[in-house]
Design a binder for this molecule. Structure first.
Ligand SMILES: Nc1ncnc2c1ncn2[C@@H]1O[C@H](COP(=O)(O)OP(=O)(O)O)[C@@H](O)[C@H]1O
Ligand SMILES: [Mg+2]
Length: 270
């Protein structure tokens, strides 16, 4: 069952997918998917492996083009925007497969994202300006690193700031990725399986952390996650994908009891 997004009184969509479709050869990985994510919502995206969740994130961040459909951000059609434009207007993400600069320090991983954000214009040129310490870059650098350190404090990684990112335990690397995404000062944060590989205690802490971050940064969060209790406990609404199609959308209690969802996905996990 697909319930209508929300009652009229509450509708302030931040990000909307309208009939998004993406094919890979003969496979329709995302098939005519539509939904609207409300301001300040934690919106869950669940579904079996291969359902099209990551592909949907790739479409929503401009990393791959849609074959058809539209992506709307605050009433603006951003379907044709490039990834950096999408990041600049306030949509940041983390990756299912962690993508950190392993050889760089924890602090540098966040500072690079801050650096790119803090200078409008060409991000490569501004990065080079920083590397070669061009005029005015010193004060800027200090501010960049100070801000990066603040973010590390927030995610509980300040004490590991000078370690190489690759040496962090898995759960810490995931939190570092979140810090790096936050460095872009997003309005919408897309998290692709942030709890993957975490133990139950870490998962619980992550869930609290996502709630806090949402509050502190006034964010809208879209979360792909497999751990059903986490999703059910954390999300305001949940969308369920199955073979690229949206088969349910609604509040956790509704989705949990949806017949199609139980058959396709929840099974015994319910
Ligand atoms: N770049 C790609 N080329 C070909 N097939 C792809 C590509 N990316 C994803 N797919 C396929 O699209 C489907 C959806 O994948 P994905 O979005 O990663 O699913 P999920 O994140 O829900 O596990 C899968 O069948 C996957 O093999
Ligand atoms: Mg995935």
């Amino acid at each position: 069952m697909i319930s209508e997004p929300l009652t009229l009184a509450k509708t302030h969509p931040v990000l909307e997918a309208k009939g998004l479709t993406r094919r890979f050869g003969g496979l329709v990985a995302v098939n005519n998917v539509s939904f609207a994510v409300e301001q300040h919502e934690i919106f869950g995206l669940i579904g079996p492996n291969g359902a099209g969740k990551t592909t949907l994130f790739n479409l929503m961040t401009g990393m791959i083009p849609a074959d058809s459909g539209q992506l709307i951000y605050r009433d603006e059609d951003i379907s044709q925007n490039r990834p950096c434009q999408i990041a600049n207007i306030g949509i940041a993400r983390t990756f299912q497969n962690i993508r950190l600069f392993g050889e760089l320090s924890v602090l540098e991983n966040v500072a690079i994202a801050r650096h790119i954000h803090s200078r409008s214009g060409n991000p490569i040129l501004s990065l080079l300006a920083g590397i070669f310490a061009l005029p005015s870059s010193n004060a800027m650098e200090r501010k960049t690193y100070r801000k990066a350190l603040e973010l590390l404090e927030l995610v509980g990684l300040a004490e590991r700031a000078i370690e190489q990112a690759k040496n962090l335990p898995y759960g810490d690397q995931r939190r570092l990725e979140i810090a790096r995404a936050l460095a872009l000062e997003p309005q919408v944060l897309l998290l692709d399986e942030p709890a993957a590989g975490m133990n139950p205690n870490e998962k619980h802490k992550l869930s609290e952390f996502i709630r806090e971050v949402r509050q502190q940064f006034n964010l809208t969060v879209i979360l792909i996650e497999h751990h059903v209790p986490l999703v059910m406990g954390l999300c305001d609404r949940i969308a369920v994908l199955h073979f690229g199609q949206l088969i349910a959308l609604g509040e956790p209690a509704v989705v949990r009891n949806d017949r199609a969802v139980i058959e396709a996905y929840l099974g015994d996990e319910k």
